[in-house]
Design a protein around this ligand. Structure first.
Ligand code: NAD
Ligand code: DAU
Length: 345
């Protein structure tokens, strides 16, 4: 089946969105890509660099909560891939208003316009976090939604709105729920880039709680290949889990990062836990495997590639880490790090 001739990618200046745009741009030479992004603190045009000069790519600065902007951006697009969201759990614990605005109301606005315009496909990029914490059993697409923090509650609201639009208006929705992504261009507020860049800088690595929380890390390229496939072949109205299938503790990932960057001067420091911290995410992606998808990247190799990318792109992350991020870091980590306990190796 051929890919779409024109797509709208919201949140395309963020981490996964920009990797997805790059993939589609390379693999589908006839596809025109419109990117709609509000350029919040997490959006960065440097993530799209050379692509923006190409006539197949149009960038629109604006919010998915604004129906007028969304209407203009959606015109002529066959499919919508909705990546735009507030995405950081810690920030949602500090203040959830923008999460509700973008992740729920923004998704609703997009759905409404997409239905009016009559798109062929609406791909909602959601998260395994909507299932809450796993307790020894993998999440399947039938696992009830029990979100545990304001971010995942907002994403759940977006998912439910998608299902309501499918049911009520037959909007051709498909929902994807991915596990934790990592790779190039991920914002330094997130665990893996924060630990890599802190280790390069010789700073402490702030590990929450006992460090034994588990995540099923997937390399961003593997997530993007799944999104491309589900966009083309997913059953309308369905949900698809996307996971690499192997969860591991944060402590083990932190140790691997230090091992790759040896001899790093940094220490792992256990700090006060995140409030409401989900203990584990474990995914069953067998429904997606049946569509013909599999991962290409093993975790350890992909982590090495990711560390190499951050070493090669210091200017990019040093800019992101300067300015407002410095204040965020001091406010969020300052006291906790001062009261933290270094890990004995
Ligand atoms: P990100 O924070 O790196 O990027 C989000 C992008 O959305 C930014 O470019 C930002 O400017 C834009 N944005 C925010 N509010 C907007 C608005 N109102 N209108 C238009 N644009 C807006 O996020 P990411 O990690 O790339 O995540 C992308 C999507 O994937 C999100 O929907 C997220 O919930 C989902 N997801 C992420 C992960 C992960 O591990 N990163 C895993 C599962 C699902
Ligand atoms: O599971 C998918 C989700 O993964 C996405 O929906 C979210 O958008 C994305 O941010 C991510 O959420 P997490 O909360 O799992 O990711 P984060 O990188 O913030 O944290 C990963 C783990 O590392 C988590 O158990 C918390 C821990 N952590 C995180 C940070 C930032 C630390 O121990 N120290 C830290 O400084």
């Amino acid at each position: 089946m051929a890919f779409f001739e024109s797509i709208l990618v919201t949140g395309g200046a963020g981490f996964i969105g920009s990797n997805f745009v790059r993939r589609v741009f390379k693999r589908h030479r006839r596809c025109r890509i419109t990117i709609l992004d509000a350029l919040t603190y997490a959006g960065n045009l440097e993530n799209l660099a050379s692509l923006l000069d190409d006539e197949r790519v149009t960038f629109v600065k604006g919010s998915i909560t604004d129906p007028q902007v969304v209407r203009t951006a959606t015109q002529g697009c066959e499919a919508v891939f909705n990546f735009a969201a507030e995405t950081h759990v810690d920030r949602s614990i500090a203040e959830a208003g923008t999460f509700i605005q973008t992740d729920v109301f923004g998704t609703y606005t997009l759905l409404r316009v997409a239905s009016e315009v009559g798109v062929k496909r609406f791909v909602q990029i959601s998260t395994d976090e909507v299932y809450g914490s796993s307790h020894g059993e993998d999440f399947t697409e039938a696992t009830p939604l029990t979100p545990g923090n304001p971010y995942s509650a907002s994403k759940s609201g977006g998912d439910l709105m998608c299902q309501a639009f499918f049911n009520t208006f037959e909007t051709p929705v498909v929902i994807t729920r991915s596990s934790n992504n990592f790779g190039p261009y991920q914002h330094v507020e997130k665990f893996i880039p924060l630990f890599i860049t802190n280790a390069i800088e010789g700073k402490d690595l702030p590990l929450y709680g006992d460090g034994l929380h588990k995540r099923d890390w997937i390399y961003v390229e593997d997530n993007c290949s799944a999104l491309e496939l589900i966009g083309m072949r997913g059953v309308t109205g369905d949900v698809y889990n996307i996971g690499a299938g192997k969860s591991q503790t944060n402590l083990s990932v932190a140790e691997k990062i230090l091992e790759i960057l040896r001899p790093a001067r940094s220490r792992i420091v256990f700090i006060e836990d995140r409030k409401g911290h989900d203990r584990a995410y474990e995914m069953d992606s067998s429904k997606l495997h049946k569509l013909g998808w599999k991962t290409e990247f093993a975790f350890d190799e992909a982590l090495e590639k990711t560390v190499a990318w951050y070493k090669d792109n210091e200017e990019w992350w040093r800019r992101v880490k300067s300015g407002a991020f410095r204040d965020y870091y001091e406010q969020h980590y300052g006291d906790r790090l001062r009261k933290g306990k270094a890990h004995d190796v």
